[in-house]
Design a protein around this ligand. Structure first.
Ligand code: FBP
Ligand code: MG
Ligand code: MG
Length: 336
């Protein structure tokens, strides 16, 4: 290990001043997310031994069957952030609307709101394939001390002050950015401490991995179909390798390390794509750009998309810069 051995807690404190609004509040917030991630990780690792496998028996506002672990993770993150009185509002994939956090003293002086996908890759929970958590943090735009408004959550991704994800995989990692690069921390399960293991993560500008659910190929826009054929041609460094875990966090994490591209285009079944702008695409796009990668809907930079609804979906193309450029060129040429 060429870099200094450092715990996540130490790293947060040491880098607090590199954050333009630093008052310690964001550090405490990221520490709270670290804590909740450890609690969820503990449950994920016991999947199959304890009652966290299978459907919960209810559907969320998006009509998806909630998995028990979706609900468990949602509860743990909301409880931790609420109990520690560290935010003024929370929005989650598993909650119909945003939650206003009122501190004991009535006027909650906290200035951050959090948007979260508590359990990403839900379809993989029961089959022991890696899943994750995704979080996005904004500074509220309405006055501190007043109840949060929907507008505090519907901010462009370029306004994020921090974003990150946790991968519950072969090892458990927390990867995040506060706008000063991307760093990854691995959990030492023996002592329950995250250690800096992947400093200054960078996307290779080019890659040879493409991640897309090819089962939807018939339904993709023409530009995407052409790009997939391009990936499969025998020319130059192609054909590329197809890798699709079906957990956005895990596919993105692999592609950031090895070089690659993730695509979830729109189609007749998903007219706006499947992934949610506010708690999936924006945080992942912020990390991608901070790691020299790129993200768009094929035309518009993801972080420039103006949100209009809490659970809105957008087409999502994210990964190595030159690969995203190539997809955009195909979309320009062949369109929808
Ligand atoms: O099964 P599909 O349609 O390919 O979708 C897989 C995608 O959906 C997701 O599972 C959506 O996230 P959730 O599991 O949080 O709902 C992504 O993680 C993944 O990339
Ligand atoms: Mg998700
Ligand atoms: Mg989810």
């Amino acid at each position: 290990m060429s870099h200094k051995i450092q715990t996540l807690g130490e790293f947060i404190i040491e880098n607090q001043d590199s954050f333009k609004y630093s008052s310690g509040e964001l550090s405490r917030l990221i520490n709270s997310i670290r804590l909740a991630a450890k609690v969820v990780n503990h449950e994920v690792n016991k999947a199959g031994l304890v009652d966290v496998i299978g459907a919960y028996g209810e559907t969320n506002i998006q009509g998806e069957d909630q998995q028990k672990l979706d609900v468990y993770a949602n509860d743990k993150f909301i409880q931790t952030l609420t109990k520690r009185n560290i935010v003024c509002g929370i929005a989650s994939e598993e909650e119909d609307s945003f939650i206003t956090i009122n501190s004991q003293d009535e006027k909650n002086q906290n200035k951050y709101v959090v948007l979260i996908d508590p359990l990403d890759g839900s379809s993989n929970i029961d089959v022991n394939v890696s899943v994750g958590t995704i979080f996005s943090i904004y500074r509220r735009i309405t006055p501190v001390g007043t109840p949060v408004q929907l507008a505090d959550f519907l901010q462009r991704g370029s306004e994020q002050v921090a974003a990150g994800y946790v991968v519950y995989g072969t090892s458990t990692m927390l990867v995040y950015t506060t706008g000063a690069g991307v760093n990854g921390f691995t959990l030492n399960p023996a002592i329950g401490t995250f250690y800096l293991s992947h400093p200054k993560m960078q996307f290779p500008e080019d890659g040879t991995i493409y991640s897309v659910n090819e089962g939807n190929y018939f339904d993709f826009p023409e530009g995407i179909k052409k790009y997939i054929k391009y990936c499969q041609e025998e020319e130059d460094d192609r054909p590329y390798t197809s890798r699709y875990i079906g957990s956005l966090v895990s596919d993105f994490h692999r592609n950031m390390i090895k070089g690659g591209i993730y695509l979830y285009p729109k189609g007749s079944r998903n007219p706006s794509g499947k992934l949610r702008l506010l708690y999936e695409c924006n945080p992942i796009a912020f990390i991608a750009e901070q790691a020299n990668g790129k993200s768009s809907d094929g035309y518009t930079r993801t972080l420039e998309v103006v949100p209009t609804a809490l659970h809105q979906r957008v087409p999502f193309i994210c990964g190595s810069k030159n690969m995203v450029d190539t997809v955009e060129a195909f979309m320009q040429k062949f369109g929808e």
